[in-house]
Design a protein around this ligand. Structure first.
Ligand code: 26Q
Length: 801
């Protein structure tokens, strides 16, 4: 198919005309009175117009050839900004900048006026966004299905060093990228009862809402293909219950509206600990049922026989959040379309795939059968039926294995049994999914669990966010690496020359200078671009061990103070990340980092040798600013706990060197880049398990490290909380006595690894070589590689291009 963008014959003049037209007729403004918002809207609509052509062509192509489609079901899509990314993929970023200049407008300022679409918590949601971009780039016909939350992830502020959450409001301004589809609406039921009519079970819901579609086109590299991200918004089925109102029951009259308004109102901000909240279960069913009804409607437009569904439809569940898809698809096939249960289950398994993103026990979704049966009574019956079908079909199944146990529905087991493939997200993680999470089910279904190592899109995470480096890359190996990232290996030859290494260091330096300006302006902290920029950005969680980082920072600070005239490498420690609002320990860690920063940044002895920066409200856009300017990537989770990580891949691509444990995809990063280009430290996953078995592990580790002993002492004494000396009493106590994540046991090794970092950084040419080798060997971590692999190993879909 030939729908390359060149066919659009876009010229600066035609873009200028289009922008002017949108400013006038869409925004109703003339150039003299237009605000930055008006200009952003005009440009966005002009760019969106250019996506519609490829979008229609892609849809027609898919229908015309009756191509199999992928449906990616996710409670989260962490998209970030769209405008610049769209211009990059359409090949008109520089044209857009020039044209905006003609209007006297600064393209950068316009891009930064766009709010982030933050419809996700972290890694899982951002992965879904990268996958959407890669599927479009590869011409894989696909729909993403999610929820159009009115409020995305909360905004974070610091008050006295403490996290304060405020609501996020991305829809306050018009969102120019979506098309509302009020005609595409489905009824979603909840509660009520199951009745038997004519020997058949029918669900009579007690309440219902409409799911209406909002479509955002997602355009791939060079505009060759575009898919749809379809987000569902909830609408009341009864505008207003006049009968109840007239009876004087005013609150009840508004009930249907209230349910609809709350359903798609807000994203749950927990990224690990799940709570059995009824509203969350309703959100999950809302997304899943709307998606499945849409999928069946589309299939039945052009097919009669639902038995052929698996040959045309692949449905991927992003974790267990949409795992109600199994029972819901069976319900639709059996109750609405009259198929026998066994056949419906077979079809369901043929369509579904399940991606697991965590082993943390507190994150595994389980619903009390009471809640589940109350909200979804028919699905409760179907879940029991699936479970007994499985028990009977696999008599070797141990008695303690099953979907329903101890009056709870285990969503992992449900997703496993209703899918044809289950995958982990890195090699290590997938092994642990087999060995620790589903050992019995793995034995009953050998080959069902496979690995699909995560990836990230190089268009956003290299080409767009790092123009100095992508310019250097294109200048030395030519274009075409953007959708063939393995070509970055061709950089290994130029890296052998000093001139190239100098250019690489210069590109990094440009990014660092820009970041240090931004830090100066927004944080009021002056940092030198020649210092080592050491960055840990991710959700705050005990297992990710921001605590290990700040404890080592204190040790480092103390050492500089003991000997301020030694040959220290100046460092800027940068932290970014949000804590779940109810996660008290994580919030305490945030406060400690800010408290330490306050003391360290005002210490005249250490001065420019050490600064700590923790900008509030870390999000996708901040990541795009920080990652290209990073020297050192902190990937220091307790081994066995981080399923994959994807930030680690972004840093590598952008020429940062990793200090990290053998966890998640770090293992594969190390394998690709080589030990000589990676600062490895710490216990392995196996050693972690053994070490934890020693009840004295923390005490022993602390007592054998004077540095750690001193650090804990300083914090306990109130060195960083002079106004409340016992503030960190509990925190220090936990390190001594309840150190589940082995901060103490890994401290000495981490501290030593940081000293190796300093030693190498003292040799700028060697550092440049290491950094450049990281970029050169990052090709494996393109999400194009990941998606190709899902297409062949899970979805059975080919490219339509
Ligand atoms: C579940 C139930 C109720 C409320 C919230 C949740 C919930 C929401 C989000 C549970 C988990 C999440 C997010 C998990 C997540 O982001 N996991 C990360 O996924 C990345 C992509 O695979 C991996 O790289 C990370 O290692 C993993 O932590």
């Amino acid at each position: 198919m030939e729908n390359e963008l060149s066919n659009l014959a876009l010229t600066p003049a035609s873009l200028e005309t289009s922008i002017r037209r949108h400013l006038t007729y869409t925004m109703g403004k003339d150039a003299e009175h237009a605000s930055i918002y008006d200009w952003r809207m005009a440009l966005s609509y002009a760019v969106r117009d250019l996506i519609v052509g490829p979008w229609f062509a892609s849809t027609q192509q898919t229908y015309g050839t009756d191509h199999k489609r992928v449906y990616y079901l996710s409670m989260e899509f962490l998209i970030g900004r769209i405008l610049e990314d769209a211009t990059i993929n359409l090949g008109l970023r520089d044209v857009a900048e020039e044209v905006m200049g003609r209007f006297g407008q600064d393209f950068r300022a316009i891009v930064e006026d766009e709010p982030d679409a933050a419809l996700g918590n972290g890694g899982l949601g951002r992965l879904a966004a990268c996958f959407m971009e890669s599927m479009a780039t590869l011409g894989c016909p696909a729909f993403g299905y999610g929820i159009r939350y009115e409020h995305g992830l909360f905004r974070q502020r610091f008050e006295g060093g403490r996290q304060v959450e405020t609501p996020e409001d991305w829809l306050k301004q018009t969102h120019p990228w979506e098309f509302a589809r009020p005609e595409s609406a489905y009824t979603i039921g909840f509660k009520g009862q199951v009745e038997t009519r004519g020997g058949k079970e029918v669900w009579v819901p007690g309440e219902s809402v409409f799911a209406t579609a909002y479509d955002t086109p997602v355009v791939g590299w060079k505009g060759r293909w575009a898919n749809t991200l379809r987000l569902w918004g909830a609408q009341p089925t009864t505008m207003f219950d006049l009968e109840r109102f007239n009876r004087g029951d005013y609150a009840a009259a508004a009930e249907p509206e209230t349910l609809a308004r709350t359903l798609s109102r807000v994203l749950y901000p927990d990224d690990t600990t799940y709570q059995g909240k009824e509203l969350r279960l309703k959100q999950e069913f809302f997304l899943t049922s709307a998606a499945l009804q849409d999928i069946l409607r589309r299939f039945l437009q052009t097919h009669k026989d639902l038995r052929l569904l698996p040959s045309k439809v692949a449905i991927q569940m992003n974790d267990t959040h949409p795992a109600i898809a199994g029972p819901e698809l069976i319900r639709l096939l059996v109750d609405d379309h009259g198929l026998p249960f066994d056949k419906a289950l077979e079809i369901t398994q043929g369509c579904l795939g399940y991606t697991n993103h965590t082993l943390l026990p507190e994150a595994l979704e389980k619903w009390a059968t009471y809640t589940f049966g109350n909200v979804l009574p028919r699905h409760m019956q179907i879940v029991e039926r699936i479970d007994s079908w499985h028990r009977i079909k696999y008599p070797a199944r141990p008695h303690y294995v099953g979907i329903v146990k101890h009056h709870e529905v285990r969503m992992g087991e449900l997703a496993f049994i209703t899918s044809h493939q289950v995958n982990g997200v890195s090699a290590l993680h997938s092994d642990l999914v087999k060995k620790n999470l589903f050992p019995e089910l793995n034995a009953l279904h050998p080959g069902r669990i496979i690995n699909q190592t995560n990836g990230v899109t190089p268009r956003r995470w290299l080409k767009m966010c790092n123009r100095p480096l992508s310019g250097l890359i294109s200048g030395s190996i030519g274009d075409g690496w953007e959708d063939n990232l393995d070509r970055l290996r061709e950089l290994e030859k130029p890296i052998k020359s000093k001139a190239f290494r100098d250019d690489f260091a210069k590109a990094k330096r440009v990014n660092k200078a820009a970041l240090s300006n931004w830090i100066g302006e927004t944080q009021g902290i002056s940092v030198s671009p020649d210092a080592l920029f050491d960055v840990q950005i991710k959700r705050i969680h005990e297992y990710k061990r921001q605590l290990l980082n700040i404890l080592q920072t204190v040790a480092h600070w103390d050492r500089i103070r003991q000997n301020p005239n030694a040959n220290w490498v100046p460092r800027v420690k940068i932290f970014g990340g949000k804590a779940a609002p109810g996660y008290a320990v994580a919030k305490e860690i945030i406060r400690l980092i800010n408290d330490v920063a306050e003391v360290v940044n005002n210490d005249p002895v250490t001065g420019d040798l050490l600064k700590i920066v923790y900008p509030a409200n870390y999000n996708v856009s901040m990541a795009e600013r920080l990652i290209p300017a990073s020297d050192l990537s902190e990937q220091i989770s307790t081994a066995g706990k981080e399923a994959s990580g994807t930030g680690n891949m972004k840093f590598m691509m952008n020429g940062a060197v990793t200090i990290g444990t053998l966890d998640g995809a770090n293992v594969e990063i190390l394998q690709e880049v080589g030990e000589e280009n990676f600062f490895l430290f710490g216990l392995t996953a196996e050693e972690v398990t053994k070490r934890r078995a020693d009840p004295d592990h923390a005490r022993k580790a602390i007592e054998s490290s004077q540095a750690l002993m001193d650090v804990l002492q300083m914090i306990a004494e109130g060195t960083f909380s002079p106004d409340q000396k016992d503030r960190y009493h509990d925190l220090v106590h936990r390190v001594w006595h309840h150190d589940y994540f082995l901060v103490a046991s890994d401290f000495a090794a981490y501290d030593k690894a940081q000293m190796r970092v300093d030693a190498v950084f003292n040799d700028p040419d060697e550092w440049a070589r290491m950094a450049a080798m990281n970029t050169a060997r990052s090709g494996f971590f393109s999400s194009d590689r990941t998606i190709r692999s899902y297409m062949s190993e899970i979805w059975g879909v080919t490219s339509a291009l």
